[in-house]
Design a protein around this ligand. Structure first.
Ligand SMILES: [Zn+2]
Length: 569
């Protein structure tokens, strides 16, 4: 392909709204163009990389035994109403009405749609296990679209769904998909780490997310350098040391005027935040609860939601706090709250805590010398705080590290949540009707493309892995009017193309500097420079994008092919 025959539009300046490197490079290298907030066009260069990623996903899914289908992106509301998600999906789901006044959704995902489809197809155990997948556009009405393809309103996903006869078979399918995902990301040149995650609304059983570790990632991940444990902060657990607090005298009230926050109270008492119990009032499915954590910790609302099996879990408003505690906001505590029967949950590191300072459930007052077991009625102790760096690994006890990740894939055990709702059953060997066990498996295809850029770039531009580079090789043709030079370039182009290596020839009438700059910005895996000066000295210059100038090889034209091939492995 000749540069002048395709449509490449690189930009010199970073777009104003791009906050992270990969977003800037997507635009500057002409991979994408922005159409509106959270909406992007894939330009010819971007399409090539996108199609290569899709092909890798397709090959690995097919190899794992999954079957490709394509379902409509437009989904009838009735399907979503069957599982109640028409209401719970909230404002994130694009909804519309057709001319017959029927509500529809622009699919953000397709569990309902696929379960409905398969319910009408599956009848016998002989058809199972079966996994179907599609590579399809998904829609999400993001509150604040940002980071380019990371949080866009429209994106391409591979979503797969499995149907199995029992839990054991479903388990096998899950790990089969997990392994396929490892291969997919490795082949895309992406370092993706599987981490334990929270199931959220999708189901409550086991799930792993695949994260491309990058500082620009939106998710926090706790990871153990010693044993490899890794979990999304929403889910990450920790080991604690058992407390050995000395007994304390009876508790007493202390006036603490104008001290509400832990910082204010800690400074009032001149004690570290760990001497305090932070008490917050939440509302879980309409019922207020109290949550106690050490003063230097934050409540992990996802863990609490799971602990209570709650559908909704949010901080209480001021009026509810006043009703529950009998005091203005800022003085809640676990000792004798106004609402005597409120359930109080405490972090398990507070078990055996004595000599603590807590809110007095009375304005401008705290209580000191609190023995939590003696003075408060704790419903349950559990791990309910957000993990931090230095927390002990739940598996081996080593100190954990905090990292940031971009979620590029997820595998879920759905269980029977959807098959129950749609009555997806099969007949076993004895003609007994049984419910199908489901799993679902997503890969953010467009997001993966950007995550690769986030992980693989330098100050000059993108560094594409050979497997998904828009063109694996760029030939910078320095003297497009010199017949001899053009002949060498044409021959090399043909040899490469015949060998199935895709190549673009920069045949523009431009200075070498411009060509080198664009080649580096777009980040083609291998760059070959063919010019009159080089040829007169006997060769063409070859270098991989991630190699330094010193590593550049100068070889005679007839050896170029072998050298390029080696660099692409
Ligand atoms: Zn560990």
């Amino acid at each position: 392909m000749k540069w002048t025959k395709t449509l490449i539009n690189t930009l010199r300046e970073d777009p104003g709204d791009a906050e992270i490197d990969s977003h800037k490079l997507l635009m500057r290298a002409g991979i994408c163009r922005k159409n509106g907030a959270g909406l992007f066009t894939f330009m010819p260069l971007g399409m090539r990389s996108l199609r290569k990623i899709e092909q890798i996903v397709r090959e690995e899914m097919n190899r794992a035994g999954a079957l490709e289908i394509l379902m409509p992106a437009l989904q009838p509301a009735e399907l979503w109403q069957k599982t109640g998600r028409w209401d719970t999906m909230g404002a994130n789901m694009f909804r519309l009405k057709d001319r017959g006044d029927h509500f529809m959704a622009m699919g953000p995902t397709a569990e309902e749609e696929v379960t409905d489809l398969m319910t009408n197809i599956i009848s016998s155990y002989r058809q199972l296990p079966v996994t179907v997948y599609q590579i399809q556009t998904k829609f999400r009405d993001e509150t604040r679209p940002r980071f380019g393809l990371m949080r866009s309103k429209e994106f391409i996903m591979k979503d797969g769904y499995s149907f199995d006869t029992d839990a054991e078979a479903a388990d096998k399918t899950y790990w089969n998909m997990y392994k396929a995902y490892e291969k997919i990301f490795a082949r895309c040149g992406l370092k993706a780490t599987p981490v334990q995650a929270d199931g959220g609304d999708m189901g409550d059983s086991m799930t792993h997310e695949f994260h491309a570790l990058a500082d620009a990632g939106e998710d926090g991940i706790a990871s153990c350098p010693s044993c490899g444990y890794a979990a999304n902060l929403e889910r990450a657990e920790r080991k604690i040391e058992e407390r050995n607090d000395a007994e304390c005298p009876a508790y007493e009230k202390v006036a603490t005027p104008n001290s509400r926050t832990i910082e204010e109270v800690a400074s009032f008492f001149s004690l570290p935040p760990t001497s305090f119990v932070k008490t917050l009032v939440y509302v879980a499915d309409g019922t207020p609860v109290m949550v106690c954590v050490p003063g230097d910790r934050d409540v992990n609302e996802v863990k609490m939601k799971r602990l209570l099996s709650a559908k909704s879990f949010a901080l209480a408003d001021a009026r509810t706090v006043e009703e529950v505690t009998g005091a203005p906001v800022g003085f809640a505590g676990p000792v004798k709250p106004a609402k005597a029967d409120i359930k109080i949950y405490a972090d398990f590191s507070l078990k055996g805590a004595r000599g603590m300072i807590v809110g007095a459930n009375e304005g401008d007052s705290h209580i000191k010398n609190v023995d939590l077991a003696r003075d408060a009625s704790i419903e349950q102790y559990a791990d309910i705080v957000i993990c931090g760096a230095g927390d002990m690994c739940p598996k081996c006890g080593a100190k954990m590290e905090l990292k940031r990740g971009i979620e590029v894939g997820q595998v879920f055990k759905l269980g029977t949540k959807y098959s129950d709702a749609f009555h997806t059953v099969y007949k076993d060997e004895n003609a007994t009707e049984k419910i199908c066990i489901m799993g679902c498996y997503g890969v953010g295809v467009t997001r993966t493309l950007q995550a690769v850029i986030e992980q693989s770039h330098d100050k000059d531009g993108i560094i594409w892995p050979a497997s998904i580079s828009p063109y694996q090789v760029v030939i910078d043709l320095l003297d497009p009017d010199n017949e001899e030079v053009v002949k060498v370039s044409d021959e090399l182009e043909k040899t490469l193309e015949d060998a199935g290596i895709d190549v673009i020839v920069d045949d523009r009438q431009d200075r070498p500097g411009v060509k080198f700059k664009d080649a580096d910005l777009i980040g083609f895996t291998v760059r070959v420079v063919v010019g009159a000066k080089g040829l007169s000295k006997g060769g063409v210059e070859i270098k991989r994008r991630d190699q330094s100038k010193e590593e550049m090889k100068i070889v005679p034209p007839d050896q170029a092919f072998d050298v390029i091939k080696e660099l692409l492995v």
